[in-house]
Design a protein around this ligand. Structure first.
Ligand code: TIU
Length: 223
């Protein structure tokens, strides 16, 4: 693509076409990153996700400065839990289940305080917000329709957690024909080894799922 920028990335430079690239920020929600939410209820140390906040904010600033499309997702369920499979609610015997009352409101329920995106990464008017009942951003959402309507072919991924909602969404996008780049500092896992391995498995085999890049390299290329 002659109009594309070449972003230094692994396994080789990512071709980024400015008019057809969107940023998709996965689930930067209080429910995953603050104590008392869904992530903590599953037994995780949520402080492991905090390092992703500042890089995600920098990515948002980068895309906003350029005026490029920004999409935010939230993992969330309807208040009556009619879109939550019983298997998802019962899995793992957490201290608090999806729909239970926690310190930030009902766990993983749409509209509750804990379900909101962190202020540092919050959507601004004009950005797309997607509520998703699954781990993948395409599952039972209108994301693909929105991307097609905007002519988006390339997606820059960020958010949490690397091997759960980010990787699932990236694999869904890859199967739908999107070129996908994950920004290394702008994603975190409750398990540092899982993050490292996920970055490797995404870019292995010539980029079997997509590319990974350092935030500074993307910032320099878009400066
Ligand atoms: N548990 C975990 O690592 N993640 C999730 O449940 N959801 C997301 O990754 N957003």
């Amino acid at each position: 693509m002659s109009d594309s920028l070449a972003i230094p990335a692994q396994p080789y430079p990512f071709p980024l076409p400015p008019g057809r690239t969107a940023l998709i920020v996965i689930d930067m929600q209080r429910d995953f990153i603050e104590p008392g939410g869904f992530g903590a209820a599953l037994g995780n140390d949520v402080s492991t996700l905090v390092p992703a906040i500042e890089p995600v904010a920098r990515l948002l600033a980068l895309f906003r400065k350029r005026g490029w499309l920004v999409i935010h997702t939230r993992e969330s369920h309807r208040p009556d839990l009619s879109d939550c499979p019983p298997a998802k609610r019962q899995r793992g015997k957490p201290g608090l289940r999806i729909g239970d009352d926690g310190p930030m409101g009902r766990i993983l329920v749409r509209g509750e305080a804990g379900n909101a995106i962190l202020p540092a990464c919050a959507p601004i008017p004009g950005e797309i917000e997607i509520d998703k009942p699954g781990k993948g951003a395409f599952y039972h959402t209108d994301l693909q329709t929105i991307l097609e309507a905007r002519g988006v072919t390339h997606l820059v991924f960020a958010g949490v957690t690397t091997e759960v909602c980010v990787q699932t969404s990236m694999r869904e996008a890859n199967d739908r024909g999107y070129e996908c780049l994950l920004v290394e500092e702008a994603t975190e896992s409750y398990f540092p080894a899982f993050k490292a391995t996920t970055l490797e498995m995404i870019r292995a085999q010539g980029g079997i799922v997509g590319w990974t890049a350092r935030l500074a390299d993307l910032e320099a290329a878009l400066a």
